[in-house]
Design a protein around this ligand. Structure first.
Ligand SMILES: Cc1ncc(COP(=O)(O)O)c(C=O)c1O
Length: 414
């Protein structure tokens, strides 16, 4: 529970002090010369069409406010697109057959356009959580979820998957679900790349129904699923509909991280509250980017999905080859997303290892940033420039023999 301290004990709100004390997020800025494999930013792969459409929107003078919850044309387009690939249809961009039939398009009024997925997640937490509410987070997981829960005064509870390759520690979730208010899931998972099966989602739905749990599913990486893995959207599980809050973003799939465009889809009563909170905090998202993405969705983004999947697929192979050069490395290529999550037994302090790697000119993320289930692991992002990736990988694998030798010597002198 949040400590009830007097306002006079400091100028900052208690929930913000809690956030500062507990946040697992690590800095994302590194010294010059360091190759960053730390950030999930595929902006270098952005299609020219995005820039053309943005320019056209600005030239048309589309510079005013839109509807506070987002341009109706964009919301309609998103609703229609949600019923097609990659959610579940015969032409999934990964080429894989659909796990379950395509869902019917949701009513566009249930959609809120957000500043990337991030502001959607914050609005969900502030709209739906009361102070002291428990929020279950299958871990390892994206570090923002715990922070937005704390900002709302709620209490994140990590449920660790061991080993961390499975997205849903269902037993642990079932044990902790009584009395919890919400569960937040990243599918495909950042950082592990694990993808939930239809069966996983159905079992989760059963638990959620039994315990009246709200389920927030973040499908930011749904367009990047490598065959033979198959993506099943939470939207395809009808029984989940009344308690599902879906979060998504165009940041990764259109490689436009800096343009800040995402959305939330929620059941009508919840959607109204989330929309109100988002409007109060942020107002509508920039008009040119909303128009650009509406236009792209009208035209179809299947080719962008295929391009990104192919680019990520090449890089995933590069990473697999490089990591296989170090026999000690434990690594299974991700089924989805563009992160490699791996460990080197003997190098267990992920923050310490990440710091050591920085001194050798390469930045990765310590697994501890993703909750207790991630400690002992490292995450590298492979969506950036190919040359840099190759160089960063050389620095990384070159460092391990020395780090291992030092760790063994330290162990021996203890
Ligand atoms: C799972 C997941 N959700 C959401 C986000 C944030 O997305 P956005 O940049 O659109 O706010 C990220 C960014 O890395 C992510 O990995």
């Amino acid at each position: 529970m949040i400590e009830r301290t007097s306002r006079r004990s400091g100028p900052v709100a208690a929930r913000v002090r809690e956030l500062e004390r507990h946040s697992l997020r690590r800095p994302n800025v590194f010294a010059p010369g360091v190759i960053s494999l730390a950030s999930g930013d595929p902006a270098g792969l952005a299609p020219d069409r995005v820039v053309d459409r943005l320019r056209a929107a600005v030239e048309r003078g589309s510079l005013g406010y839109t509807h506070p919850y987002g341009l109706p044309r964009l919301r309609e387009r998103i609703a229609a697109w949600l019923a097609g690939p990659p959610r579940a249809s015969a032409t999934s961009p990964s080429g894989a057959a659909p796990a379950v039939p395509a869902p019917a398009p949701p009513a566009w009024e249930r959609i809120l356009v957000t500043q990337g997925a991030s502001s959607g997640l914050a609005a969900i937490a502030l709209a739906l959580l009361d102070p002291g509410d428990r929020v279950l987070l299958p871990s390892p997981t994206y570090s923002l979820y715990a922070d937005v829960a704390r900002l709302a005064g709620a209490v994140p509870e990590f449920v660790s998957a061991r080993p961390p390759g499975h997205p849903l520690p269902l037993e642990g979730i079932a044990e902790r679900a009584a009395g919890a208010a919400m569960l937040v899931l990243s599918n495909p998972c950042n950082p592990t790349g694990a993808v939930c099966s239809e069966r996983d989602l159905r079992e989760l739905t059963d638990i959620a129904e039994r315990h009246d749990l709200l389920v927030v599913v973040d499908e930011a990486y749904s367009s990047i699923v490598y065959p033979p893995a198959r993506f099943t959207s939470a939207l395809a599980i009808e029984e989940l509909d009344e308690r599902l809050v879906l979060v998504d973003t165009f940041s990764k799939r259109l490689c436009i991280t800096g343009l800040r465009l995402g959305f939330v889809l929620a059941p009508p009563a919840l959607a109204r509250s989330i929309q109100r909170v988002h409007h109060t905090l942020l107002g509508p998202v920039g008009t040119p980017v909303q128009e650009a993405v509406a236009g792209l969705l009208e035209e179809g983004i299947g080719s962008v999905d295929r391009h990104l999947l192919a680019e990520c697929g090449h890089r995933r192979e590069l990473v697999g080859e490089a990591l296989s050069e170090v026999p000690e490395v434990v690594y299974r290529p991700p089924d989805g997303g563009f992160y490699a999550f791996f460990r080197v037994p003997g190098l267990e302090d992920s923050d310490g290892v990440a710091r050591q790697l920085l001194t050798r000119g390469v930045a990765v993320r310590p697994g501890a940033e993703f909750g207790p289930g991630g400690e002992g692991w490292l995450r590298l992002s492979f969506c950036g420039d190919r040359e840099e990736l190759a160089q960063g990988l050389q620095r990384l694998i070159g460092a391990f023999p020395e780090l291992l030798a030092t760790a063994t010597t330290q162990e021996g002198t203890r």
